[in-house]
Design a protein around this ligand. Structure first.
Ligand code: ZN
Length: 533
């Protein structure tokens, strides 16, 4: 990652905190001078790779091009919870330029830096996946993974050999996360480690480097780097202003050591005291335009303005990436669900609910929100593709602004295959572990560190359970079906007209491997179905 990401952090003295308001944070600079891997480290690794290559028969046979990549080698979704801060610097002089003719890089950067949303996510776990089949050429673990300054520290890493002279490098891994050993064959989508900030790094990210014929190469192609495209689906760099993370908090001041990339303070409930109290927020913004005007307005439950400190000018240069916090003290004069509205250059970017309780109340944790969708990506997997289970996530993910992670439980033909909790909008299983006709389920349960939310599921080739109906005495019937990880809901109605709604038909009880419910039939006809919740 680029040198001195946070050089322009505003140091806030009395002048800006004495009136019950304070601000801070900073943006990414593009003028770094030093690569994610120092020259000495890179030399040492290349020497080891020459030794590895010598031990591999037939390794030197030339191929015209390295194999194409079919997915991003990280848990999560690019340009949602992940972003690329630095591409390959395709300006080989002292200038900087990425493949798309912008400056999403720094001088001499020779890889792609994919950034996660801070140490909070690192601690919850963000898997890295082998991008292609291969053999582990080098692996190293045990180094400190919370670096925020560039001092040439040693990194945890994995390097995978994909045949001939094609290698992929995964750098800055989390301590203790390296999950493979040298010589181990891996298939595309195998988890090889987790994202960290080990080595010459200022924030948790993966430096993903591709090498061919002994040197690194750019995998993206575009107007400023024509040539072969090494991605099956190359995504455009978003150019609009967008927010990848947001939270509210109750501090007047957020210290640098408690702010991005460290996990920031979080609060979504405020108890009235009759006096002003700090009600603030923080956000991670992308493509922030120069000299941005921003404004936070606090709206009462009935929509009237409860507090409006007015528009503020940020005397900033263009930021492809920045993290800011602010706090304003005021007395929230009514209880109920308020809204904080964040406007950036006349565009409302965040509408954030927060709860105000009457004096003496005790805030209670609320479980995280359920993703609005879980789907498989690709929807029709090719034998070369790992299977991603990808979420559509509502923002905020949690009304207390807690950091939310997701338990991914994968079942293949009903058997548990992988169960992990990741701070990521997607997880994956390696290619080939499920064939085209296997039944695959991915059950995702959000977790806020204290409570689980309601699960959601994606399923492939799944047949519905058979509902069995047995007559008891009189008008009573017994309905039963096989148990499952998530409980089906039994529903009934008297006719099949679409205008007639389905209604819940009793609370089933579990007995052995089946669920049972009894119903009394009062009409001549009654239709039943099982509905996935
Ligand atoms: Zn890098």
């Amino acid at each position: 990652m680029t040198a001195r990401l946070w050089t322009c952090a505003l140091v806030c003295g009395l002048a800006c905190s004495s009136h019950g308001e304070a601000f801070g944070g900073g943006g990414a600079s593009t003028n770094g001078l030093s690569n994610c891997i120092t020259a000495a480290q890179e030399r040492e690794v290349h020497e080891k790779l020459i030794e590895f290559a010598a031990s591999q028969p037939g390794i030197a046979s030339p191929i015209p091009l390295p194999q194409q990549y079919r997915f991003q080698p990280i848990a999560g979704t690019l340009w949602q919870d992940r972003h690329i801060l630095n591409f390959y610097d395709v300006d080989f002089s002292t200038g900087i330029r990425d493949w798309d003719c912008s400056q999403f890089t720094y001088n001499n950067h020779n890889a792609t830096d994919i950034v996660i949303r801070g140490f909070g996510e690192q601690d919850a776990g963000v898997p890295l996946f082998a991008v292609l089949d291969g053999v582990v050429a080098l692996a190293h673990d045990g180094e400190n993974d919370r670096n925020t300054t560039l001092e040439g520290q040693p990194a945890n890493y994995v390097i995978i050999h994909h045949g001939n002279t094609h290698y992929t490098w995964y750098w800055h891994l989390r301590k203790g996360s390296v999950a493979v050993v040298v010589g181990q064959p891996v298939t595309a989508g195998t988890q090889i480690g987790q994202v960290g900030s080990s080595g010459h790094s200022e924030a948790p990210h993966v430096h993903f480097q591709s090498e061919f014929q002994g040197g690194s190469y750019e995998t993206y192609s575009g107007p400023c780097y024509p040539g072969p495209r090494h991605w099956l689906n190359q995504l455009a760099i978003p150019r609009h202003t967008w927010i990848s993370d947001f939270g509210m908090h109750n501090r007047l001041t957020v210290l640098t050591q408690n702010f991005y990339p460290h996990d920031p303070p979080r609060a979504g409930t405020f108890v009235r005291t009759g006096a002003p109290q700090p009600i603030g927020a923080w956000y991670v913004i992308h493509n922030e335009q120069p000299n941005t005007v921003w404004r936070a307005r606090y709206l009462r439950p009935n929509g009237t303005v409860g507090f409006d400190p007015g528009a503020r000018l940020r005397s900033n240069a263009f930021n492809r990436f920045a993290a800011w916090w602010f706090a304003f003290s005021f007395d929230p004069d009514t209880s109920g669900t308020w809204t904080m509205e964040l406007t950036v250059n006349d565009q409302v970017l965040v509408t954030a609910p927060f709860l105000v309780l009457d004096g003496g109340s005790v805030p209670a944790n609320r479980p995280p929100r359920t993703p609005t969708a879980a789907v498989f990506d690709p929807s029709m997997p090719d034998p070369r593709d790992p299977l991603f289970c990808r979420l559509t996530v509502p923002l905020p993910q949690d009304f207390d602004y807690d950091l939310v992670s997701y338990e991914y439980h994968w079942l293949i033909n009903g058997l548990s295959y992988r169960k992990v909790t990741n701070a990521a909008f997607a997880d994956a299983i390696p290619r080939g572990v499920a064939s085209a006709t296997d039944s695959v389920r991915c059950i995702v349960t959000p977790y806020d560190g204290r409570q689980f939310g309601t699960p959601i599921m994606a399923q492939l080739n799944d047949s519905a359970p058979v509902l069995r109906i047995r007559r008891l005495t009189g008008n009573r019937v017994e309905l039963s079906w096989p148990t499952s990880v998530l409980d089906y809901v039994l529903q009934a109605k008297g006719n099949l007209s679409p205008a007639t709604p389905w209604a819940t038909a009793g609370q089933p009880v579990r007995s052995g491997s089946r669920m049972f419910a009894t119903n009394t039939i009062s009409t001549s006809t009654r239709f039943y179905r099982l509905k996935w919740p």
